[in-house]
Design a protein around this ligand. Structure first.
Ligand SMILES: NC(=O)c1ccc[n+]([C@@H]2O[C@H](COP(=O)([O-])OP(=O)(O)OC[C@H]3O[C@@H](n4cnc5c(N)ncnc54)[C@H](O)[C@@H]3O)[C@@H](O)[C@H]2O)c1
Length: 451
C-alpha cells in the first residue's frame, strides 16, 4: 500500500509559538526543520527540552527530536519543502528603553531577508503565523516574495494562519482549536488546508488575508476590552464605598446576561500589544479611541498598586522591603513567561520610586528573574516575606491556596499587609496579624452606612 503523503516544512523562529507548532507538527508526522537565532534556545533543544515551561512539550520533544523534528542552523537545500512558516516575534517598538505604542515588524523582515532569501524559489507556501497589523501579509510579505522569485504577486503562494493558543495549554489547543487559514489564491489555501488538517480536525477558511489578520487581533483585543470593563467597574464601585469584586460577583450570579470580568492585571506577551497592533494603521477610524482607552485603563492598574504600597508603608527606605510573588504574567494555566508581565512592570515602578524588593514565583526560572535586576530572587514565599513589610500576590497560581497558611509566613512586620490581587489565597487561615486587601477594595474611600 502506498504510504500516505507527508509534508515537509521549515519553521522560522522556535520561540513559544514556533517551538510548540514545530513539535506538534512533528508529532503529527510532518517533517519539520526549525531554525532559531537564539543560542540558548538551541542549546536547550540539544538537551531535548524547551527553554520555557509548557505542559507536555518536553515529552514530545524527546520523542521526536532527530526523527521528524530537526533543529538546524540553516534550512538544508536538498529538502523539497511544501511550506515555510514564519513565527518570529512582533513586539512593540522600544524608544529610549521604553515600549511605545507602535509595533515592530523588524523580525518579519529579518526572517524574509535572512532565512528565506536563499531557499525560497516560489514553489513553496509561505505562512505568516505571527500577529501583525492588517495588510502586512499582502503589502509587505507578498511583494517581497514576488521580487525574490520573479512571479506576479497574484501567483505567490502565501497564507496568513494566525496562532491563537493559550500559553500553558498550547500543546493541547494546537490539536483541538479551530485553525484559521487564509491564502493569496486557491493553491495557497489548498496547501494551508492540507498542512493544518494534519494537525487539527477543524480548519476555518477566512475570506481574505486581511480577515485572518483581523480575527487574531479581534480575539485578543476583545479579551483586553472585556477585562477593562471589569477593571473600570471595579474601580468605579469603590468611589461609592462598595467592594468592586463583590458587586461584580453578585451582578453575575445566576444572571446569564451579565458576565462581567473579575478585576485583574491584563498583560502578557500578547495582550499588552495586540490592541496597539490592531489600531496601528487605522488612524482615522472612530473605533480607535474606545480600543485605546480600554488598553490604557488596564495598563493603569499597575500604578494603583504602587500607590497602594506608598499609602501602606510610606516613602521608601532601606528597611521597607516589598515582597512580590507571582512574577510570571499569569498563574493559571501556569507559565514561566515573564514577558509583558504586570508584575514585572509593577516591580520596575516600585524600583523607580526607590523600594527594595524580594521576588518570588512558583514557575518562573530563577535566572530569568535574576536577569530582571529588580530585587532579590527568593526560593520560597516564606523567604520572600521574612524581612518584608508587605506582600503583593500578583498572579493566581493554584499553590497560593495551599501555602498561604499565615503562621508559616513568619514575617517580622505586624500587622502584615497583603494585596491578594487575584483572590488567589482563597483558603487562607485568617489571622489577626494579617490584613488582606484585594483589587476590589484597594481604594474604598467613602463608607456606606453598613460599613
Ligand atoms: N506567545 C504566545 O502564546 C502567542 C500566542 C499567539 C500569537 N503569538 C504571536 O506569535 C508571534 C511569536 O510569538 P512568540 O511568543 O513565539 O515570540 P518569541 O519571541 O518567543 O519567539 C520568536 C523567536 O523567533 C526567533 N527569531 C527571530 N528572528 C529570527 C530569524 N530571522 N531566524 C530565526 N529565528 C528568529 C527569536 O529568537 C525567538 O526565539 C508573535 O507575533 C506573537 O504576537 C504569540
Amino acid at each position: 500500500m502506498e504510504k500516505e503523503k507527508s509534508m515537509r516544512i521549515g519553521i522560522i523562529g522556535l520561540g513559544y509559538v514556533g517551538l510548540t507548532l514545530a513539535v506538534v507538527a512533528a508529532a503529527a508526522g510532518i517533517d519539520v526543520y526549525g531554525i532559531e537565532t537564539n543560542q540558548y534556545i538551541k542549546d536547550c533543544l540539544k538537551e531535548d527540552r524547551a527553554h520555557f515551561y509548557e505542559p507536555g512539550l518536553d515529552n514530545l520533544i524527546k520523542r521526536n527530536n532527530g526523527k521528524t523534528l530537526h533543529v538546524v542552523d540553516r534550512f538544508p537545500s536538498d529538502v523539497a519543502y511544501d511550506a515555510f512558516i514564519i513565527t518570529v516575534g512582533t513586539p512593540l517598538k522600544m524608544v529610549d528603553g521604553k515600549k511605545c505604542e507602535e509595533p515592530d515588524f523588524a523580525y518579519i523582515k529579518s526572517a524574509l531577508e535572512g532565512a528565506l532569501k536563499d531557499i525560497y524559489d516560489g514553489s513553496q507556501l509561505v505562512v505568516l503565523r505571527s500577529t501583525v497589523s492588517v495588510g502586512t501579509t499582502r503589502d509587505i510579505v507578498r511583494p517581497f516574495l514576488a521580487k525574490l522569485c520573479g512571479k506576479p504577486e497574484k501567483d505567490i503562494l502565501v497564507a496568513m494562519c494566525p496562532e491563537r493558543t493559550l500559553e500553558g495549554k498550547a500543546v493541547n489547543e494546537l490539536t483541538n482549536l479551530p485553525q484559521i487559514i487564509s491564502g493569496n489564491n486557491e493553491e495557497s489555501i489548498r496547501i494551508a488546508q492540507e498542512l493544518f488538517r494534519m494537525i487539527t480536525p477543524c480548519v476555518i477558511e477566512a475570506g481574505s488575508l486581511e480577515e485572518a489578520e483581523l480575527i487574531k487581533l479581534y480575539c485578543n483585543t476583545y479579551r483586553d476590552m472585556t477585562f477593562a470593563i471589569g477593571n473600570a467597574f471595579c474601580m468605579a464601585a469603590q468611589e461609592f464605598g462598595v467592594d468592586g469584586s463583590a458587586v461584580i460577583a453578585h451582578a453575575n450570579y445566576g444572571y446569564e446576561r451579565s458576565n462581567i470580568a473579575k478585576p485583574g492585571f491584563v498583560a502578557g506577551p500578547c495582550l499588552e500589544k495586540d490592541a496597539y497592533i490592531l489600531i496601528n494603521n487605522m488612524p482615522e477610524c472612530d473605533s480607535r479611541n474606545l480600543i485605546v482607552s480600554a488598553r490604557k485603563f488596564n495598563e493603569s492598574m499597575d500604578d494603583l498598586v504602587v500607590k497602594w504600597v506608598r499609602e501602606k508603608i510610606g516613602e521608601p527606605s532601606d528597611d521597607k522591603i516589598v515582597a512580590l510573588s507571582g512574577m510570571a504574567f499569569k498563574g493559571q494555566p501556569e507559565t514561566s513567561d515573564l514577558r509583558g508581565s504586570s508584575s514585572v512592570y509593577i516591580a520596575e515602578k516600585l524600583k523607580a520610586v526607590g523600594y527594595k524588593m524580594n521576588l518570588h514565583d512558583f514557575v518562573a526560572r530563577p535566572h530569568e528573574m535574576q536577569a530582571l535586576g529588580l530585587g532579590k530572587v527568593c526560593g520560597s514565599l516564606q523567604e520572600a516575606c521574612a524581612d518584608a513589610r508587605l506582600l503583593l500576590v500578583l498572579n493566581n497560581h493554584k499553590k497560593y491556596a495551599e501555602v498561604m497558611a499565615f503562621p508559616e509566613l513568619s514575617c517580622k512586620t505586624h500587622p502584615f499587609e497583603i494585596l491578594d490581587a487575584w483572590g488567589a489565597c482563597t483558603e487562607l487561615q485568617y489571622c489577626d496579624d494579617i490584613r488582606i486587601s484585594t483589587l476590589g477594595n484597594l481604594f474604598i474611600r467613602r463608607k456606606t452606612e453598613n460599613g
